[in-house]
Unconditional design. Structure first.
Length: 368
């Protein structure tokens, strides 16, 4: 089988002084599924680094793009637990199988993955269970210290999650199932004791709801200030007047880009929350990437304003934090987190709806 013609791989991608990559050998290895899934992940990643697209790899090997993504990410998690981080038995087990389970651990910090992998191995969990386990461990890691009676052990972290869910249930059958799950995973005596108390304490504690996002939509033209470039004070030389680079306003939020520097400015209405902020910065984000938003049909961008000076936690706000991959993330914490807060989200602005985008370009539409 030949490599797809629409995206041919380079014939020699090796660095100077190294052996060139044998692209056909990698494709053949994947087609025949030679070696372990760890080998397949390394081969997929190598092919992608040569410039081959996931679709081209699929056409040449039969590995679908979604499968490539899973094993490559799982392979990265696998590499983070090598070098003695886990026992040989555990590493051997996950070398032979379990890429789907390791993929679910991508959300955990590198230092937490080894403990999670050992816990998953000891408990004999499948990937469906691991998805819930990983979420529980992630939320537990945000706490500045373990809750009373619980420890840092992964089993206690998972048990605490089930303890919290059980307290919210009034249905005794559902409550009992969650208590049983909590007791299954509890590691310390304190955690087991806390969960066992729910067998006689039937008080229902409702889950603390996440606060509403500070989301507003620009409604009128007067909500959108117009940014005009300031060239300086009079007297001003003709050269300075003529040489000033033109501003390039974006129609969505009126963002102004300068052709002379890698900077942009965005005008926002003088709302009280903006005026009283100390160090506001803005960023654009797809609406469906906001916390709690799952409607993929909404494609518009929103403007998120974050005050970088407001780094004190409160449970009524969303905060900007650094994710495990180093990318900026927006999160709400019901308890004080251990992760550093980079700023509080003060307002999220949706653009003004314009039914006819050419409407404002017609001179006769401008108010006298």
């Amino acid at each position: 089988m030949t490599t797809p013609a629409h995206n041919p791989p380079p014939t020699d991608t090796g660095a100077p002084g190294t052996e060139p990559l044998d692209i056909e050998a990698l494709l053949l290895q994947l087609r025949r599924k030679q070696g372990t899934w760890v080998d397949w992940a390394a081969a997929c990643q190598t092919l992608q680094k040569t410039g081959m697209s996931p679709q081209a790899i699929f056409e040449g090997t039969g590995f679908e793009p979604i499968q490539q993504n899973q094993i490559v990410v799982a392979g990265q998690v696998y590499q983070s637990i090598t070098g003695g981080a886990v026992s040989e038995a555990v590493l051997e087990h996950f070398t032979a199988r379990g890429s789907d389970s390791l993929y679910e651990l991508r959300i955990l910090a590198k230092e937490d993955r080894a403990k999670a992998v050992q816990f998953i191995y000891d408990q004999g969990l499948d990937s469906e269970e691991v998805r819930d386990i990983a979420k529980a461990l992630k939320e537990y890691a945000y706490r500045s210290e373990p809750p009373k009676g619980f420890t840092e052990h992964p089993g206690d972290a998972v048990a605490f999650s089930y303890w919290g869910l059980a307290r919210q249930k009034s249905d005794l059958q559902a409550r009992s199932r969650l208590i049983a799950q909590g007791l299954r995973f509890a590691h310390s005596a304190g955690a087991r004791s806390a969960i066992e108390k729910l067998l006689t304490d039937f008080a229902v504690v409702k889950e603390k709801p996440a606060p509403r996002l500070p989301l507003f939509r620009l409604e009128t033209d007067t909500d959108i200030p117009c940014v005009v470039q300031l060239l300086g004070e009079w007297p001003l030389s003709a050269q300075a007047f003529q040489s000033a680079p033109p501003a390039e306003p974006d129609p969505l939020f009126g963002i102004v880009h300068s052709s002379s520097a890698q900077q942009a400015w965005v005008p926002v209405p003088g709302w009280q929350v903006v005026v009283t902020s100390q160090d506001p910065v803005g960023l654009l984000l797809p609406f469906n990437k906001l916390p709690g938003q799952t409607d993929s049909s909404v494609s518009e961008n929103v403007l998120v304003l974050v005050d970088r000076q407001q780094q004190a936690w409160d449970d009524n706000s969303y905060f900007a934090v650094a994710g495990d991959d180093g990318q900026l993330a927006m999160r709400w914490f019901d308890t004080e987190p251990s992760t550093p807060l980079l700023g509080r989200v003060i307002v999220i602005v949706r653009p003004k709806k314009v039914l006819d985008e050419d409407y404002t370009q017609e001179l006769w539409q401008i108010d006298e």
